[in-house]
Design a protein around this ligand. Sequence first.
Ligand SMILES: C[S@@+](CC[C@H](N)C(=O)[O-])C[C@H]1O[C@@H](n2cnc3c(N)ncnc32)[C@H](O)[C@@H]1O
Length: 248
Amino acid sequence: MTNSIETPQLPEMLELWQKTLNWQPSSQELSQFQLLYQLILQGNRQLNLTRITEPTDFWEKHLWDSLRGISQFLGKTPIPKFKVIDIGTGAGFPGIPIAITQPYWRVTLLDSTQKKLTFLENLILKMEIHNAKTLTGRAEELGKQSQYREVYDIAVIRAVGSALVCAEYALPFLKVGGLAILYRGNWTEEEATDVRSTLLSLGGTIELIDPFTTPISNSIRHCLHLRKMSPTPAKFPRPTGITTQKPL
Ligand SMILES: C[S@@+](CC[C@H](N)C(=O)[O-])C[C@H]1O[C@@H](n2cnc3c(N)ncnc32)[C@H](O)[C@@H]1O
């Protein structure tokens, strides 16, 4: 296995970014992506961080997918200075690619597993990423604490649970007017109906269901944009375990 992420070849890769996201990373961002890849491979030798390690897979399923979720903000001016939380960040996705490409955003990487966050703390130091920090704990508990509740502009959440569970985790962290971006795979109108009716009780609404396929393996994806319209009632998120065992 090569340790270079430069597959597809660099010019092709730049063309793919341009064609699919109407954006291209700078040479500095490309070097950061390369370093991120190497550090994840190294980390994977000790920790079970990710199964996605082949260069093309890494590019598509970690880098491209992470950034596809926030593509509306890539390269845009004026640059908003958002406070962002990545809930259940794992090995840092989508939060780390977001922090690299949005240096004016302040990104909090939340996970309940300390060893993953210790890895990410070292990675942030080695990569000199100054706009990201870690937060250890469960979303159900931290989302109730006043220093984290209703303070974020954007919450991103990928591969953490069902859409309803993700909504219950994400909405309490957001300011009124904030945006939750749920990274999903397949998506059906039945799920949308369930989420729509339940979201009202969390103070949110579905603003956009954004379907797309990934550019290399043509996998089906959906990003759900939930807008927070009113404060989330204090009883949410419900205690650890209840959220997943009894989805709203
Ligand atoms: C399957 S991994 C996904 C990691 C990353 N978001 C990605 O897409 O590659 C799920 C992560 O969410 C974390 N997690 C699950 N439930 C959580 C909760 N209630 N609060 C905080 N972290 C949670 C797990 O520790 C794990 O690292």
